[in-house]
Design a protein around this ligand. Structure first.
Ligand code: PEP
Ligand code: MG
Length: 591
């Protein structure tokens, strides 16, 4: 039966495919496709693992027998009987066979897919006792997975051993079945998302998350349709269901009827055609009709993204979120040489264009490791994150600064500091940069000149922007956090997403003042938050005097199209009217 789920649109376009539903606890299972010739071997792996689990239960039953009924509770015996029954359950066995034979899933993936299917049947049972057997089902699945770990597949990709949670997902190879796959999960961390860059998923849906959560930002950088905050989606969508994701409206259609499918297939084709048309603007300089030059820069997460930034027409990198080099490493932070090589690779990848590298900004919804997610503090977004964390660990911070300075010997590098709010933080940060230079001098290591900039993303910084303009070469407005902190709305919380408003007059006031003060001081001001990549806001930002926009590469041509259509001189008085209005959004729609 066709039904739809509504969430928050994150990445544009339409995806149509079959659902791969991943329970949050099952993310660490390898997912990859096998060759048809490998089906038999893979079926044997599951059978052997299941037999090993059965054998283990038999052994436990025997030792219980030896102890005698007095010493062993009746419940334990009953539990073992239930586990044995579930292990030998035909539906589990047949289901696993189906996923391996028909879908070419590897054994582990097949097992967890079938677990998802059977779990749902348990959820629907009326009898409490039977419903609670779901926990047993999960336990026996773990037993089989454990046994499988002892009998590694000959087929698994070579890097699988020791791969981290996200990496295991990334081991997804080519889709041998030619059916697009849509990943539906309760939650995905930003680093999980990053690993999907190499995967074959045609779209993503998550139950939780806000539009500018870092998971959403990375999804946008993949440039495939995604919807977050779709509440119960991972519960309502069943494995293998046909699913349509409309990344423009945030609608997910499950089990679409032929008419709906035809409509979305048509719209999907229109999206492809529209994108093709935009490609014609690739080499057109971004200049308004009245001759104002506009700088369109790329936001990147990894050095390899530089190639895509250049291919998308970016004239530089306005934000390299360096924290992605630090995440998912079980606390083993990259050393100076590793960072230097990564930054150098981004600089060289940009072929002489400027690269703005932001110092590490971990914390809140970007933990170093998913297992290290901060649950101890009530408000991690207000806690030890970004520059605060860096200043609390000078050795780590100096290591990063030295690596960045060394990379500057190979091209234009700008260093950007996140989350500053205090004059003392500005002073400490700048003296750390001097210290890093002195350390390199002492070691006789070459390094290059850099400009140092500050992110304006805390309202306090926006309110005392003159101080920042005095100390820094340039500013970049992080509207994602500026909105979050001005409006006291958690950017990753879907339950308050409707209040997360880029067009709130208070936000626009802070933004307009920052741009204007930068102009008066003669220092460049850029916007690198998601507002910069929203073509619906381009005219407003131009009207406020912004001439430097940094965004996901996929957005560049849409924003360029708006720039080419705009007459900046006419937009200036209009933008002042918009920001002075009680409801700026209504003026934006009318215009
Ligand atoms: C921002 O806050 O707008 C920003 C660009 O930084 P991040 O999204 O990484 O917090
Ligand atoms: Mg930020």
């Amino acid at each position: 039966m066709t039904f739809s789920i509504h969430g928050l649109p994150v990445a544009r376009g339409i995806a149509i495919g079959r659902a791969v539903v991943v329970g949050s606890t099952r993310m660490d299972v390898a997912h990859y496709f096998i060759e048809p010739a490998q089906i038999v071997a893979e079926l044997e792996r599951v059978r052997d693992a299941r037999d090993a689990a059965v054998h283990e239960i038999h052994r436990m039953q025997e030792s219980i027998e030896q102890m005698g009924p007095k010493d062993t509770p009746h419940e334990l015996r009953a539990l073992l009987d239930v586990h044995l029954m579930l292990l030998q359950d035909e539906e589990l066995e047949e289901g696993v066979k189906y996923w391996i034979k028909e879908r070419l899933y590897n054994a582990e993936w097949a097992l967890v897919s079938q677990l998802e299917v059977v779990s749902r049947q348990f959820d629907e049972m009326e009898d409490d006792y039977l419903r609670e057997r779901k926990a047993d089902l999960e336990q026996i699945t773990d037993k089989i997975l454990q046994a499988m770990r002892g009998m590694p597949s000959q087929l698994a990709p070579p890097s699988e051993a020791g791969a981290s949670k996200g990496e295991q997902q990334a081991l997804m190879l080519e889709d041998k079945t030619d059916v697009p796959l849509i990943l539906v999960a309760h939650d995905l961390s930003p680093s999980d998302m990053l690993h999907f860059k190499q995967s074959v998923f045609a779209g993503f849906v998550t139950d939780v998350g806000g539009k500018t959560s870092h998971t959403a930002i990375v999804a946008r950088s993949l440039d495939i349709p995604a919807v977050v905050g779709a509440r119960l989606s991972s519960h309502l969508v069943k494995p293998d269901d046909w699913v349509i994701i409309d990344g423009d409206s945030g609608v997910i259609v499950v089990d679409p009827s032929p008419i709906i499918l035809a409509e979305y297939t048509y719209r999907q084709r229109q999206v492809v055609l529209a994108r093709g048309r935009l490609q014609r603007l690739l080499h057109t300089p971004a200049v308004t009709r009245d001759g104002e030059k506009v700088e369109l820069l790329a936001n990147i997460e990894m050095p390899d993204d530089a190639a895509n930034a250049v291919a998308s027409g970016a004239v530089g990198v306005g934000l390299f979120r360096s924290e992605f080099l630090f995440m998912g490493r079980q606390g083993d932070l990259p050393n100076e040489d590793e960072q230097y090589l990564a930054y150098r690779s981004a600089v060289e990848g940009m072929q002489g264009l400027p690269v703005t590298i932001r110092t590490v900004d971990v914390g809140a919804d970007k933990p170093l490791d998913d297992a290290l997610r901060d649950t101890a503090h009530l408000n991690p977004a207000l806690g030890l994150r970004a520059i605060r964390w860096c200043l609390s660990d000078p050795a780590m911070f100096l290591t990063q600064l030295r690596a960045m300075l060394r990379a500057a010997a190979h091209g234009q590098v700008r260093i950007l500091i996140p989350m500053l709010a205090h004059a003392s933080e500005i002073r400490q940060t700048l003296s750390m940069v001097d210290h890093a230079r002195a350390q390199l001098d002492n070691r006789g290591v070459p390094y290059g000149d850099v400009q140092i900039g500050a992110m304006i993303e805390i309202p306090a910084a926006a309110l005392m922007v003159k101080l920042f303009l005095k100390h820094f070469d340039f500013l970049s407005v992080g509207t994602n956090d500026l909105i979050q902190y001005t409006l006291a709305i958690d950017r990753a919380d879907e339950t308050v997403a409707h209040l997360y408003d880029p067009l709130h007059p208070a936000v626009l006031g802070l933004l307009a003042n920052t741009i204007e003060q930068g102009r008066l001081a003669g220092k460049p001001v850029s916007v690198c938050g998601e507002m910069a990549g929203d073509p619906q806001l381009t005219r407003l930002l131009l009207g406020l005097g912004l001439r430097s926009f940094s965004m996901q590469p996929a957005q560049i041509l849409s924003v360029k199209q708006e720039v080419l259509r705009a007459d900046a001189s006419k937009l200036t008085p209009w933008a002042q009217e918009v920001i002075a209005d009680e409801h700026p959004a209504s003026l934006l729609i009318e215009s």
